[in-house]
Design a protein around this ligand. Structure first.
Ligand SMILES: [Zn+2]
Length: 283
């Protein structure tokens, strides 16, 4: 704020009236603060600008018609949602992910200065499927352990029945979406290191170059340094659950590349033979 006023003073020769300003006391702003305290704030992380009507229609439906909901647009993809009922606010804050037009709407209780604080909207819920666990390891406890690589775990679900692709665990986590999407994680299982792959349900758009939510490859500023043997597209639609990339050959290539990636990045901890074994199982 101090910088802002210095800048303005440098730019304009202000008249006495302009400089005269009034002094605000806390009493003056407290009614609006009180009103704000009964609101949620939200930012849509993405390049597509979603208009007011689109957001209003979306949240009204997705949030189950909260009583007295009032939506105010306060900037590009930035909104404030007023509703008096504290239960509604809690339910919406802990719910989600709210995905509008393939972009994630991150919701938080109102806080002062939210308009400018992009980083405060970096923690968001994501549904993730965990694949490649042997059937006898599929349990809520294991799911919780795996989910501990994320900011927080909200739910672990064991979907019943398998299908052609086998069985998986589903986790709802709070993840830092300013970081690249995790493509999986390694676990040590009965003495062997195994790669568990993640697939994202209702996944918001993300950059196939750096794996981050909020922009596309076209506007990616991350110059990713690839090691020898790494494929160009380190991220891709194959991270989406149920969508693209299920082609067998592509999948094998993907697994192969992950091995190289793991070998390069985790060196000592991974033994070639355990990776080889996984490759045999996987192929
Ligand atoms: Zn990027």
């Amino acid at each position: 704020m101090a910088e802002e006023i210095t800048e303005i003073l440098q730019k304009f020769a202000l008249s006495t009236k302009e400089l005269g300003g009034s002094e605000l006391e806390l009493g003056n702003v407290s009614p609006s603060v009180k009103e704000c305290e009964e609101s949620l704030v939200g930012k849509i992380k993405g390049e597509k600008v979603i208009n007011f009507v689109g957001v209003k229609n979306f949240v009204t439906l997705a949030w189950g018609y909260p009583k007295g909901l009032r939506v105010v647009e306060v900037g590009v993809n930035t909104f404030q949602f007023f509703m008096a009922n504290v239960k509604d606010r809690e339910r919406i804050c802990t719910g989600g992910p709210w995905v509008i037009d393939s972009q994630i709407l991150v919701i938080r209780p109102w806080f002062e200065g939210f308009e400018e604080k992009e980083v405060e909207f970096n923690i968001a819920p994501l549904w993730i499927q965990v694949w490649n666990l042997p059937v006898h390891w599929i349990s809520k406890e294991v799911g919780k352990k795996i989910a501990s690589v994320f900011h927080d775990t909200k739910e672990v679900i064991i979907p019943q029945g398998g299908g052609k692709e086998g069985r998986h665990i589903k986790i709802l986590v709070l993840a830092d979406i300013s970081e690249p999407l995790m493509r999986g994680t390694t676990v040590k299982l009965e003495g062997k290191v195994k790669w568990l792959s993640f697939k994202y349900e209702r996944c918001p758009d993300f950059c196939y170059t750096c794996g981050k939510i909020g922009h596309s490859e076209r506007n990616c500023s991350d110059g990713i340094q690839l090691g020898k043997g790494h494929q160009d597209n380190q991220f891709g639609p194959w991270l989406r659950a149920g969508g693209g990339g299920n082609h067998h050959r592509k999948k094998n290539q993907e697994v192969h590349n992950l091995h190289l990636y793991l070998l390069a990045s985790k060196g000592g901890d991974l033994r070639m033979d355990s990776l080889f074994q996984y490759q045999m199982e996987g192929s």
